[in-house]
Every structure is written in structure tokens, then in C-alpha cells.
Design a protein around this ligand. Structure first.
Ligand SMILES: [Mg+2]
Length: 436
């Protein structure tokens, strides 16, 4: 199994291991740090143009009954004071949204940091989600509608955003996951020249997945091709698989191939293309009362399957939180956003990251805090994966009931700091030592 320049590889403990704990699945060395050139390139992606496009698209949005949606405009007059010393970063699922619906306190929290607070201060913020499956622009439009507030692609990172620049390296790729053709569209939008989906392979060879038949819609959209002339150079799981059995069969076929030629099996099982996941969250929060398995579970499953079928270990690569590269990327996006939209041309001293998953949001924030010039301050909320009474393996600096409490805590802490000339006696009871 090959890896890519600039990327490490992670071995996740086998699910078959009797003593494997959930935390073990997240353990091991970090992987998938997007290389510097990748980040620079993404950030030079025309943020201003994206903002303008999103603004124009938002102005075209009408609700189903034809009446205009109420969306706060970027062009509205700003409050007179914008905090230049601190900023906020939010996870989305389990923090602001759950099961496709806004968490009750989400709208109030965003209004609070947009100036509706006792201090009259507006705070710059970004969103960093492991989720995906849609273009960044589409996801921002969804969020804008759901949260009744404009969200720009210039303040948004999802799990597969860093895959954009992999298009320079790989020509023909297998893209897995998501609804219908959406991930193919995302991948083509990123510049991948030849994007194959599992549907294309099933349409070409219906016996690839004996129990999986394409729907009429899938058959129409899928593209039959001569597989004998196809070389799959890399596999990307962009979003959660909708058909684990079929997708795993096809991914395994690729991994076991000789250099990505589906018709040719490797004798050594170490000649297949690299396999990338947009994140490694084993579970995530939905409207169901218990967490649901996610992409990290598919990753663990595939690695176990590969071992069972070939006897060989499989190294795979994951982006997203808690990878340090994702936080480096987030910091640069935040600085760009502060500069472009808030006209603040300096890095923030403190970034509060609000998340619901200790193993990704909190772990990544705490680890990035150790190496970042700025303080990255983790706040855990109880509205998603983490539930009251759990003992997180990766404790946050502070824990709150919900996102509104989190932003109030951050604001109060900063204001208290200001009043004390920068020093603060921290009020956390569940925190490790602070760097401030
Ligand atoms: Mg979450």
C-alpha cells in the first residue's frame, strides 16, 4: 500500500481485537496533515469571489411559497466594535445542528456573537466540520437557511475541503459516499479530471455486487466504461457510504488490484492505490437518541476486512479533525476571513473551539494549542456525541450545556481578561493548565 508525499499513515487497532476500546480507534499517531502548499493553494482560492457568489446565490433564494427567505446580509451595518483579539470556531453537527434541525440555542448563540450581547461586541468566527457530501457553497447555503444567518464559503471548512488540491496529483479516481451524484460533482468541482463512482462500476459489471442493484435513477446517472482500460490512481471516501456492502466490495477490489487495474489482482496485495477518508469520526450525533456509526467505522471495517481477506495490514489516510493539519488550515482560513471581512490584519491571540466530540474536536484543539502561537481553547458542549456523565478521554478546557452557554463563557472570559489587563484567573473546574 503506498502513501502520498506529505502524508503519514495510521494503523487503527482491529475491531476484532477483544480489548479494543472506542478510544483506541482514534488512537495512534496523527495522520493526513495537508501539506503546506495545499493549504496555501486552497486559501488563495478566491475567497472574495466565493463570498460574492454565495451572496448573490443567497439573494436569489426564495422559500417554496415564493416569499423571500430572511437572511442576515453581509452588507448590513456592522456593530461599531469587532473583537480583534479573539475568535470562535464551531463544529456543526451536535453543536449547531442535530438531525438536520438547528439546536434550539444555535440561532441565539450566533446572534450573540454578531453583536447582540451586553458588551455590544462582534466576534469573527468560522465553521470546521468533518461532515461533507456537498459542495462547500451548497453546504453554506443550507446552513444560511437553517441558521437564519449568512454563512460564506470563506468561513467554512468541511472534511473533504483539503482533497481539492489532490486533483493535481491523481487523474483517475474512485469517489465513494454521499447522495446520488453529489460527490462526483464535488470532486469534479475540485478539478479531478476522471471521477469514477461505484455506480459506474456496477453499471459496467452488474455482477460486481451480487446483491446491490442500481435504481433507475442511479443507472441513468452512472457512466459505463471500459474497465480494462481504466487505472484507478486513488480512492477517496468523500462522505458517508449509503451502501456499505457494495462500496466495501468495490474498494476492496481496487485495493487488491495491481496498480489500480481492476481486472488484475496483485499477488502481494501491496500494489493497490492509496485510500483517503475525509475524516475519521467513528460515531456522530443525529436526531436518534444514541450516536450513529460514521466514516471512521467504515474505515475500521475496511481495514479489518482487508486483513481478513488478504492477511495484510492496510494503511489508510484520514483528513479532518483531529488532524493537526486541519487546525493549521482553520487558522489560516480564520486569518483570511478576519482580514477580508473584518479588516483585522493580525492573528487572534485566542481561538475558542466549540465541539461535541472529545476524540476529534477537543483532542485536535488541545493538541494544536500545544504548537500554535495562538491559544486554542477547547469548549465541549453536551448537545451531541458527548453526554453529561461521560468521562471523555480527551478532556476540554471547559464544558458547557450548549453552544449559547459556550459563546457567553468565551465572551465573559475575554472581557474579564481585558479588564484585568490580559491576565485571568481561569474559572474552569475541568481544565488542564492554561497557556494564557
Ligand atoms: Mg460534531
Amino acid at each position: 500500500m503506498t502513501t502520498t508525499d506529505g502524508f503519514g499513515a495510521q494503523k487503527v487497532p482491529r475491531l476484532s481485537s477483544l480489548d479494543a476500546r472506542r478510544a483506541d480507534l482514534y488512537g495512534g499517531p496523527n495522520v493526513a496533515i495537508p501539506p503546506k502548499h495545499l493549504m496555501a493553494s486552497i486559501l488563495s482560492h478566491d475567497t472574495a469571489q466565493e463570498m460574492q457568489m454565495a451572496t448573490e446565490q443567497l439573494s436569489d433564494i426564495s422559500s417554496e411559497d415564493g416569499s423571500p427567505q430572511v437572511v442576515t446580509s453581509l452588507t448590513e451595518e456592522k456593530p461599531s466594535i469587532t473583537a480583534d483579539d479573539f475568535a470562535l470556531a464551531f463544529d456543526i453537527d451536535g453543536v449547531l445542528m442535530r438531525g438536520g434541525e438547528p439546536i434550539p440555542e444555535a440561532a441565539a448563540a450566533l446572534k450573540y456573537i454578531n453583536g447582540e450581547n451586553p458588551y455590544g461586541v462582534r466576534v469573527p468566527y468560522i465553521f470546521v466540520t468533518n461532515g461533507g457530501g456537498k459542495t462547500e457553497e451548497e453546504r453554506c447555503l443550507d446552513l444560511s437557511r437553517q441558521l437564519d444567518l449568512e454563512v460564506s464559503p470563506g468561513q467554512f471548512i468541511c472534511g473533504h475541503t483539503p482533497m481539492r488540491e489532490m486533483a493535481e496529483k491523481y487523474h483517475t479516481v474512485l469517489v465513494v459516499g454521499g447522495e446520488g451524484e453529489k460527490c462526483r460533482i464535488v470532486a469534479e468541482g475540485y478539478g479531478f479530471k476522471d471521477v469514477i463512482t461505484p455506480g459506474d462500476i456496477i453499471k459496467t459489471r452488474h455482477d460486481t455486487t451480487p446483491f446491490r442493484k442500481l435504481t433507475d435513477e442511479e443507472y441513468k446517472n452512472s457512466r459505463a466504461r471500459d474497465l480494462s482500460l481504466t487505472t484507478i490512481e486513488a480512492i477517496f471516501v468523500f462522505a458517508d457510504s449509503r451502501d456499505w456492502a457494495g462500496d466495501q466490495q468495490i474498494i476492496l477490489d481496487c485495493l487488491m488490484s495491481k496498480e489500480g487495474h481492476l481486472g488484475e489482482r496483485s499477488q502481494t496485495f501491496n500494489e493497490g492505490p492509496p485510500l483517503f477518508f475525509s475524516h475519521n469520526d467513528v460515531v456522530w450525533s443525529t436526531s436518534h437518541e444514541h450516536t450513529r456509526i460514521g466514516m471512521g467505522a467504515l474505515r475500521a471495517s475496511l481495514e479489518a476486512l482487508y486483513k481478513a481477506v488478504t492477511g495484510k495490514e492496510l494503511s489508510t489516510i484520514a483528513f479532518g479533525k483531529p488532524q493537526i493539519g486541519t487546525y493549521q488550515f482553520a487558522m489560516r482560513l480564520l486569518q483570511q476571513w478576519r482580514k477580508d471581512y473584518h479588516e483585522i490584519n493580525k492573528p487572534p491571540s485566542t481561538v475558542y473551539f466549540v465541539g461535541d466530540t472529545p476524540e476529534s474536536d477537543i483532542r485536535g484543539t488541545n493538541e494544536f494549542n500545544e504548537i500554535s502561537d495562538a491559544t486554542w481553547y477547547s469548549i465541549l458542549v453536551k448537545t451531541g456525541v458527548y453526554q453529561d456523565g461521560d468521562t471523555p478521554v480527551y478532556p476540554a478546557k471547559h464544558t458547557c450545556n450548549n453552544v449559547l452557554d459556550a459563546v457567553k463563557f468565551a465572551m465573559d472570559r475575554e472581557m474579564s481578561k481585558k479588564n484585568k489587563g490580559g491576565a485571568i484567573d481561569d474559572i474552569d473546574s475541568n481544565a488542564g493548565p492554561l497557556r494564557n
